[in-house]
Write a new protein. Structure first.
Lengths: 304, 575, 339
């Protein structure tokens, strides 16, 4: 909203008050506050937690391999005798960042391009949608192998690769959301209130951001929650191509895949329940928060 | 309404936590540590054979198959003609159908198959094979020396494209003229009579006896339309194999199983079990498939948990054998900072290989110290330097070489930081966390990278790596594992290792076929290689195979071995 | 409602482009796009490090050069592309290096196995998601809705192989009512109806897994779409008119809520033929997913190229169909106009 300056002062004031008003209403919504607090707690757990742990995340103890939860290791140890709780915390640093960042990036790209294509139609629509077709047609696995090779060729430090890759994935992943949003915008554009906005002579930008996109918000929340979960789990799939996080760095995704056989799955639930719960709770919190924000913002809800 | 949702989530959370606590409480504390102790002790035991405790528990599904033996196979490609597949599993698939001239036992020794005996000339250049009397293909036609000649000619055809065998290494006399010139036959292959063939080579090579004595194709069946330089006609026969092995091909159910029936014309007599099935199983569910009786024999992941479960089945005979290969880390000798022997020695001393093996095999692996597999006849630890984990020694070696610890804890020399890249194909490579910790301790920065196999191997051949983790192929001859360290074969020698003494010993090793003499040579070679290590040796490993006790004689059978067909023909089912 | 169709046309129509012309134009656009994609993909594959022979460490360098020359791998990429294109136009998609089979034979042999489980799973996924999604939406924040929501997120938080392994253990080993893997019983010679039954029995678990995997997210889409529509003015109007709730939901709301589904359904088209790698692997289902992954790992270019182009075509064709369907019918507009 850097272009806000161009707007007449009165309008700016008005739109600002809408935002503060919404925020105030959001604060009144207990579920939203709780979810937000939970997410903040998750971040604290991940970023501050390890400092309080007596164990290093990568510190091994071969005498204590796959040891069940005890007073010393609250969540047990993994196959190298590393403390699961500590690893769960450090893993959160990467998984939360990767999950949320990839979600935001693909949402912004997908929503924006989809809205533009749907709103303007014609040649703009054709261009964006044909590019979307091409991107949708490119098989992701070979593309990722090439990216892996290139990153390796240019000696990009392994710790940063995951972020670059996540950006690339969001970049090639926007077409799906864009097509969904475009479809909605196509219908919304024909509705009464947009026709009314046309008559009022509102600017295109205003129509897109204030009238069209907010109506696709429910869809965006769904995509946001699904995308966050997918982002966190995808990271572990990527590590098979050397694009994910390289061991011994922990992520929720690679922690869960350690227990990849029936024996560990049945006999050692402390290996996979903690990371599974972490992903689950994060996704639920994002969804609940998203729903609450929608209820607060939704223009159609105002009358109720 | 909202409050309800919130409380519901917290309720669920509590429930899950209790559930997980219960589940973990169920596993008695203490079992894990005692198991780890037990595991380290098992590490030095030899091959084990655990007999079934209660064969009566064999599942009904298996017992109902009174005339069928079901073994596992991984991923056949569907090309069922020896030498023409590119997929190693297809070789497993054709082994019951095609007999070899000379089979190879587990230790790498030649065993008579279609040839009952053979002679090698004193200069080790001429091989004479004598076929068994009255030996027949499964269609009833006789196996003759012409078939052997045809098979070897086919492999030298200019259009022969498979990468599975390279007959040119045998250096048969006149093979090059046939392949690249106008010759219409290979001068070094001579049919003496219907039952005798003589092959002359240009260079002594102990591998020739078995290389030339491979699977035999029928000239009448596969060579009717053969013209030099035209092999396309064979494609029509890929799915219709016919050979002289104990079983005949019946059907390949795509991606599912390969079915065979007993060959009544087999030289060893018709096998007792009428039907054989190689069923495609996945590693993840092999145990469940076996438990349900869908398979009679399979191989499993090597760890204590799997072994416990197999033993608990009661009806499983279990064999734990050492696999004829070893794992190692390539060290790029061409890099200025890795070309010194002392640095490579320090890298080996500084790595806790025992710990890697404990984590990786949980008791079913050993630290490797010799450049061959423990199963091979050439194996000896005599005079071989064992690099037991000793970080102080590693530090000291690096110090003497002039690598000084810098302010960041990483050693430097002449402005070069000791930062080593490590390439692997496995994201869960057990070497990574351990090496990272160990090497950091002695002042080396270890930077792991996971790549897909093709990318990694192209980096290896380009020499664009510091450290790179691999396993050898299954070793048959001692030369298989050491050939790559000869400095006069720069294309093969990807590590860039160079040691004149080693070069001479490698040559000496394949200059004779006398096993006793070779043994002496290899002993010296292993000593020299251990003193000036070209790479970091890591591990020998074991494999777990189990079969339903109703199958008798399976302790001698292992799918893929070069004598597996012979063992297969002797199996029987206990009724 | 039919009579409003003309005035209810979306964008293209409003600007005076008849639907037929739009469809034709849109169809013609697909051809250059497909050609462009084939070029792009060919280069992408060529850029992957290594080729079919590079990971085979048994080969001597001379033999490697010989083999590369025999298979034309030493030619420049652009030349190889045009050779491929020329052959493809003649219906010759090459020969798999790995399987030693014509690519079309290979693909034909496995792709239908994948198609059949994907298709059945797709059917169940959509049916279930529709029922659950709609029901959840009409009973928003009810116990059922919350249970479904939690179930959906739980299924998103656990990798698929866990669920697969549990099912095998439970149904295959413990209860012994379902086969553990494969498409047929070991050594089975059944034909006709018995064969069909056997395949069906083997299909149950893979189909169940595929359904569980995708039903979650689809439910979310349907639930949201439905919730969205239920808040619309015309639904209020319909309710105000005193229509039965059932009629409101099924006659009015559902039709509108299904509109975004057209886009989603288009995405499923290539998925029907692409195979499911993990599921196929766990259940030993002889599908195309594994063939594709192997081809990629082994750099078996002819197989990769043909499969990828086929899937690309389906992707683009699916989107084309979706666009045409959007252009042909947008019920929301009709109803909105009516009011």
């Amino acid at each position: 909203m850097s272009t806000i300056k161009q707007k007449p002062a009165a309008e700016r004031k008005k739109s600002k008050s809408i935002w503060t008003e919404s925020f105030r209403r959001l604060l009144k919504n207990k579920t939203a506050v709780f979810s937000a607090c939970f997410l903040i707690l998750m971040f604290l757990f991940s970023f501050v937690g390890p400092l309080l742990s007596p164990y290093g995340a990568d510190a091994m103890d071969v005498t204590l391999m796959k040891y069940p939860p005890s007073l010393f290791h609250w969540l047990g140890t993994d196959d190298y005798g590393r403390d699961v709780l500590t690893r769960l915390m450090t893993a959160g640093q990467i998984s939360l960042t990767v999950g949320l960042a990839s979600m935001v990036l693909s949402l912004v790209l997908g929503a924006l391009l989809g809205a533009i294509a749907g709103y303007y139609g014609g040649i703009v629509d054709s261009m964006i949608m044909r590019i979307a077709d091409i991107l949708l047609s490119i098989p992701s696995l070979p593309l990722l192998i090439i990216i892996a090779a290139l990153l390796s060729e240019f000696k990009v430090p392994t710790d940063y690769r995951i972020y670059i890759v996540m950006m690339m994935i969001s970049f090639v992943g926007w077409p799906r959301l864009a097509r969904l949003i475009r479809g909605q915008i196509l219908s919304l554009r024909e509705q009464m209130y947009i026709k009314a906005a046309d008559v009022l002579g509102l600017s295109s930008r205003r129509k897109i951001f204030h009238h069209l996109l907010p109506n696709t918000y429910p869809l965006l929340i769904v995509v946001a929650t699904l995308q966050t979960a997918a982002g966190i789990l995808n990271e572990s799939t990527l590590s098979f191509l050397g694009l994910g996080v390289v061991a011994p760095t922990a992520t929720w995704g690679n922690m869960i895949t350690i227990a990849n056989n029936l024996i560990d799955f049945q006999k050692r639930p402390w290996l996979w329940i903690p990371p599974g719960m972490a992903i689950f709770l994060t996704v639920v919190a994002i969804n609940v928060l998203g729903d609450a924000i929608r209820d607060v913002l939704d223009p159609k809800m105002k009358g109720r | 309404m909202r409050k309800k949702q919130f409380s519901f989530i917290s309720l669920l959370l509590v429930a899950v936590l209790i559930l997980s606590a219960c589940a973990s409480g169920g596993a008695k504390p203490g079992t894990a540590s005692s198991k780890a102790e037990q595991a380290t002790k098992v590490a030095d035991t030899k091959d084990q054979y655990i007999k079934a405790t209660d064969p009566g528990k064999s599942p009904e599904t298996a017992n109902n198959r009174t005339d069928t033996f079901v073994a596992n196979i991984s991923e056949p490609g569907g090309v069922f003609v020896p030498y023409f597949y590119d997929n190693g599993w297809d070789e497993n698939a054709i082994q019951p159908i095609f007999a070899r001239l000379v089979a190879i036992d587990e230790k790498g020794n030649p065993v008579p198959d279609l040839a009952e005996k053979w002679e090698v000339s004193p200069d080790n250049l001429t091989y004479t094979y004598h076929l068994r009397k009255n030996v027949k293909f499964s269609d009833g036609s006789p196996v003759t020396a012409d078939d052997v000649a045809f098979t070897l000619t086919l492999l030298d055809d200019p259009q022969y494209t498979s990468s599975v065998i390279d007959i040119s290494t045998a250096e048969i006399k006149g093979a090059d003229d046939y392949k690249k010139g106008n010759a219409t036959s290979i001068s070094g292959i001579k049919v003496i009579d219907a039952g005798t063939i003589q092959i002359t080579t240009e260079k002594a090579n102990p591998l020739n006896l078995t290389l030339l004595g491979g699977y035999i194709l029928s000239k009448e069946y596969y060579g009717k339309d053969y013209k030099k330089g035209q092999l396309d006609y064979l494609k029509a026969l890929y799915s219709k194999p016919m050979g002289a092995g104990p079983y005949k091909f019946d059907q390949y159910v795509n991606g599912q199983e390969i079915r065979y029936t007993a060959n009544e014309n087999y030289y060893g007599g018709k096998p007792k079990i009428e039907h054989l099935i190689f069923k495609i199983t996945a590693k993840t569910t092999a145990l469940q498939t076996f438990q349900a009786g869908e398979t009679d024999l399979d191989s499993f992941t090597t760890d204590q948990d799997t072994l416990d479960q197999l033993q608990a089945l009661g009806f499983a005979n279990i064999k734990i054998r050492t696999v004829p290969d070893y794992g190692y880390i390539y060290v790029n000798n061409k890099k200025s900072y890795l070309k010194d022997t002392t640095v490579r020695q320090a890298l080996t001393y500084g790595l806790d290989r025992q710990k890697i093996i404990d984590v990786k095999y949980k008791g079913y692996g050993e630290v490797a110290n010799v450049f061959t597999a423990p199963t091979l006849w050439s194996y000896t630890e005599d005079g071989v330097t064992k690099y037991n984990f000793d970080p102080d020694k590693a530090k000291q070696l690096l110090d003497t070489e002039g690598w000084k610890v810098g302010s960041d804890g990483i050693r430097t020399k002449d402005g070069q930081r000791l930062k080593l890249s490590y390439l692997t194909t496995k994201p869960d490579d057990q070497i990574i966390p351990i090496a990272k910790e160990n090497y950091k301790d002695i002042g080396i920065e270890f930077v792991p990278e996971v790549l897909d196999a093709n990318t990694m191997f192209s980096r290896l051949t380009k020499g664009d790596y510091d450290l790179l983790s691999v396993r050898t192929n299954g070793l048959i001859d001692p030369n298989d594992s050491v050939a790559e360290f000869a400095s006069d074969k720069p294309d093969l020698n990807v590590s860039g290792y160079s040691n004149p003494k080693v070069d001479a010993l490698i040559k000496e090793g394949i200059s004779t076929v006398d096993e006793a003499k070779r043994k002496e040579t290899y002993k010296k070679l292993y000593q020299e290689l251990s003193n000036d290590p070209p790479v970091i040796l890591i591990d020998y490993r074991k494999s777990i195979a189990a079969w339903n006790a109703r199958i008798e004689g399976a302790e001698n059978y292992a799918t893929g071995n070069y004598d597996s067909a012979i063992a297969l023909s002797k199996l029987s089912i206990k009724q | 409602m039919r009579f409003i169709r003309d005035s209810g046309m979306p964008a293209e129509n409003k600007r005076g482009v008849p639907v037929k012309k739009y469809v034709l134009k849109r169809f013609l656009q697909m051809i250059p796009i497909l050609l462009g994609i084939s070029l792009l993909i060919f280069f992408l594959f060529a850029m992957m490090p290594g080729d079919y022979f590079s990971s085979n460490r048994k080969l001597t360098p001379e033999r490697l050069n010989e083999l590369r020359a025999l298979y034309g791998l030493n030619k420049p990429v652009i030349e190889r592309y045009f050779i491929w294109l020329k052959n493809a136009f003649h219906g010759d998609f090459g020969f798999s290096l790995q399987h030693m089979l014509p690519v079309t034979t290979l693909i034909n042999r496995y792709i239908w196995n994948s198609f059949i489980i994907s298709f059945v799973a797709l059917f169940f996924t959509w049916a279930l998601a529709l029922v659950i999604g709609v029901y959840s939406a009409t009973k928003q924040y009810s116990f059922f809705d919350k249970l479904v929501t939690l179930g959906v997120f739980a299924s998103l938080s656990v990798p698929s192989f866990f669920i697969g392994l549990m099912m095998i253990k439970f149904f295959g080993v413990d209860l012994h009512i379902l086969p553990i893997g494969g498409m047929l019983d070991t050594g089975s010679n059944s034909v006709g109806f018995a064969y069909l039954l056997e395949v069906l029995r083997h299909m149950i678990m893979p189909v169940a897994i595929l359904t569980i995997l995708s039903v979650g997210s689809l439910t979310r889409y349907f639930r949201t779409g439905m919730l969205d529509v239920l808040r619309m003015d015309f639904i209020r109007t319909a309710r105000a008119k005193g229509l039965k709730e059932r009629t409101v939901i099924f006659r009015h709301a559902l039709r509108n809520a299904l509109l975004p589904a057209i886009t989603l359904l288009a995405f499923e088209l290539p998925g029907l033929f692409s195979g499911a790698i993990i599921t196929e692997q766990i259940f030993g289902w002889p599908g195309i997913g594994k063939i594709q992954l192997d081809a990629l790992n082994a750099r078996d270019y002819p197989v990769l190229m043909t499969l990828t182009m086929f899937l690309s075509f389906l992707t683009i064709f699916g989107n084309f169909l979706a666009d045409v369907m959007y252009a042909a019918a947008d019920p929301r507009i009709r109803i909105a106009k009516k009011e």
